[in-house]
Design a protein around this ligand. Structure first.
Ligand code: ZN
Length: 187
């Protein structure tokens, strides 16, 4: 009886084993495709296809971003990290880098006139050392590339740099290097 059962099983495998193997292979391939498609979808949704515009056109970077290396601030006579990029241009015009909503228009002694814009995907951009004639106000819906003001020397903390834009980019409220997102060096 035992042997009979065994033989029947072997006979079954001989007859249908190939179908089982083919079935398993087809299942494995389908599973792989599903996983790859899922992973790919996840990557695509977490990588924003944001269309960044430059905050100034034909600009020159006069002081670059540094988060660990200290740079000398001649105005304040101190060495400090500079988690922003300072730049100038002939016209001094300053533009919003992305669509967004103006969170704040503010003045303080060290930063001068300052506009903060909130964008999608956790980005905020901050434009400091603007002149007093800021073209946007709190709550205004701004478009990428829209002019928001003119660079000046209103930032008393960076007077040695003359008229310029002090540009800051935040991602989830942490400073990030704008050079990673924008071709500020325009090389
Ligand atoms: Zn600066």
């Amino acid at each position: 009886m035992e042997i009979g059962k065994k033989n029947a099983f072997v006979e079954f495998l001989k007859k249908y084993g190939i179908y089982c193997i083919v079935g398993i292979i087809v299942f494995a391939i389908a599973l792989t495709f599903t996983l790859v498609a899922t992973l790919h979808g996840t990557v695509e949704t977490s990588t924003p296809s944001l269309n960044f515009r430059l905050p100034m056109s034909n600009s020159t970077v006069i002081k670059d971003y540094s988060d660990t290396e200290l740079q000398n601030n001649e105005t304040l006579n101190q060495w400090e990290a500079h988690m922003s990029v300072d730049m100038t241009s002939e016209t001094g015009e300053v533009f919003a880098i992305l669509d967004g909503v103006v969170l704040d228009v503010d003045y303080n002694y060290l930063d001068g006139y300052k506009v903060t814009i909130e964008h999608s995907d956790g980005f905020k951009s901050i434009y400091s050392s603007l002149d007093e004639n800021v073209l946007v106000s709190e709550g205004y819906k701004v478009s990428a590339g829209e002019k928001i003001g003119i660079a000046s020397n209103s930032a008393n903390g960076e007077l040695d740099l003359g008229s310029h834009l002090h540009f800051t980019l935040l991602l989830n409220d942490d400073h990030v290097d704008p050079n990673n997102y924008l071709d500020l060096q325009q090389k």
